[in-house]
Design a binder for this molecule. Structure first.
Ligand code: TRP
Length: 446
């Protein structure tokens, strides 16, 4: 089936991978992964995470890519094109609501990066990096203002359109971020006490594993690869027919994993060297890396400015991809203008983000099941809604689309990856859906 209408396409193979990697690599890798590793017991969590990436996330990635490119549409439209007259299009609503929830708290953490970038420029890091973070996060206005700034940037970039807005940013800052993190890892390991962090990252303690740890690892795999909300689907709809879906998936996932592991190896050694609790939570990266910077003397100032700048760009290339899903939906399905869609969505998610931001300060007493707004949103999205979206995508490709169509898309008309097809199809049809359901059920029961 041909796409509904002619759409812009990414220019080259590298551009597709860079854009997908730009979406995947972000705060999920640098901020979320290390703190989850700390909260969930280290190396054992990492192993479960690796398994979840390969057996659950990668197949779902390919499912989204197949649906997106086949239909040439956003997730809602894709269901209309590929499964006309069915209820699948309503299920795809998950993919419109979830991204907005994600963006609300993502933008709050993006705001923290803005704040830390500004603090770096003002050379504001001393030894007490935990205290600095604690005061910042529990205040009212500072995090709110930076959340607003981050959201404004996100909306501004989305307004510029797909090519200009997205491609431009991913090319320069990713390599820079990579070099900086490697430098931080190496320097961090020279600080006394830091090797305990390496041990924590590589020596699994399986007694730490339980149903919740497994669910968290799965959620992180979906979060980090931008899955289950139609981001990859929407990006793949901009992909040309000759691009290789498997290569794009494997490259994106490998880059993503590389950044996550490096961030872990940057943060954990500093956790132990600085005597911070690994379980510290959402503030971990903001407390540990400045600790390393404060050890670096004058070079620390420069490294921290460049580091927070490149994190900021990485966060923006991710946040624009989240917003883009909703905008594509409103423009293509509801006939709204791009400007109106972007502004309305950005404003609504900003307002939700305000609740998340305040949940560390003035609203810290407001809790549901022991969690504040930020944690509720994060938990709901990563551990439930994103895997649920992934479940739907894998079911759609595995059970609803005809096998011939899936094969045609997966193998580019029988020219690529023919030998791999049956294995991936099996993963998509059985392993991923059953795996996700099992994690859901065990997480509910235990
Ligand atoms: N993957 C991104 C990160 O790791 C965040 C992100 C971008 C995302 N788009 C998404 C998460 C879509 C879930 C769904 O920072």
């Amino acid at each position: 089936m041909e796409p509904m209408k002619a759409r812009e396409h990414f220019g080259s193979r590298m551009a597709v991978i860079m854009a997908m990697a730009g979406s995947a690599i972000g705060l999920g890798n640098i901020w979320r992964f290390p703190y989850l590793v700390g909260q969930n017991g280290g190396a054992a969590f990492i192993l479960v995470y690796l398994v979840a990436c390969v057996v659950l996330a990668l197949p779902v990635f390919m499912a989204e890519a197949i649906i997106g490119r086949r239909s040439g549409c956003n997730s809602f439209g894709a269901m209309r094109v590929l499964a006309p007259g069915t209820r699948w299009k309503w299920l795809a609503m998950v993919t419109v609501i979830t991204p907005m929830l994600i963006l609300s708290y993502y933008s709050v953490v993006g705001g923290w990066s803005v704040d830390y970038f500004i603090k770096s420029c003002a050379f504001r890091f001393t030894g007490d990096t935990s205290g600095i973070f604690g005061r910042f996060i529990s205040s009212t206005w500072e995090p709110l203002i930076t959340h607003t700034v981050f959201m404004a940037f996100t909306a501004g970039i989305v307004l510029l359109g797909v090519k200009k807005g997205i491609e431009k940013f991913t090319k320069i800052t990713m390599p820079m971020l990579f070099v900086l993190i490697v430098a931080i890892v190496i320097y961090g390991l020279t600080i006394p006490g830091s090797w305990k962090g390496v041990e924590y990252m590589v020596k699994p303690d399986f007694s730490k594993l339980d149903a919740n740890v497994v669910a968290t690892a799965m959620g992180q795999a979906f979060f980090s690869l931008s899955l289950g909300v139609g981001t990859i689907l929407t990006y793949a709809s901009y992909m040309q027919k000759q691009e290789n879906i498997v290569t794009s998936g494997v490259c994106t996932a490998s880059f993503d994993l590389l950044f996550a592991l490096l961030a872990g190896f940057a943060v954990m050694p500093a956790v132990f060297a600085a005597g911070i609790a690994p379980e510290e939570g959402a503030g971990l990266v903001f407390q540990t890396l400045p600790f390393i910077f404060s050890h670096m003397g004058w070079a620390g100032a420069i490294v921290s400015i460049l580091f927070f700048f490149s994190i900021l760009i990485a966060a923006l290339t991710s946040s624009i991809s989240v917003l883009e899903v909703g905008v594509a939906y409103l423009v293509e399905e509801k006939g709204w203008t791009r400007v109106r869609s972007t502004l309305v969505l950005a404003l609504a998610t900003w307002a939700l983000g305000v609740l998340c931001s305040l949940s560390f300060g003035p609203l810290s007493g407001v809790k549901l099941l022991g969690l504040g707004f930020f944690d509720i949103f994060d938990n709901l999205c990563s551990n439930w809604l994103m895997p649920f979206g992934g479940l739907l995508f894998s079911l759609f490709v595995g059970w609803k689309m005809s096998k011939a169509d899936v094969r045609d898309e997966f193998t580019n008309g029988g020219t690529r990856n023919v030998g791999l097809f049956n294995a991936v199809y099996f993963l998509l049809r059985y392993v991923a859906p059953v795996g996700i359901l099992v994690v859901f059920v065990t997480n509910l029961l235990f």
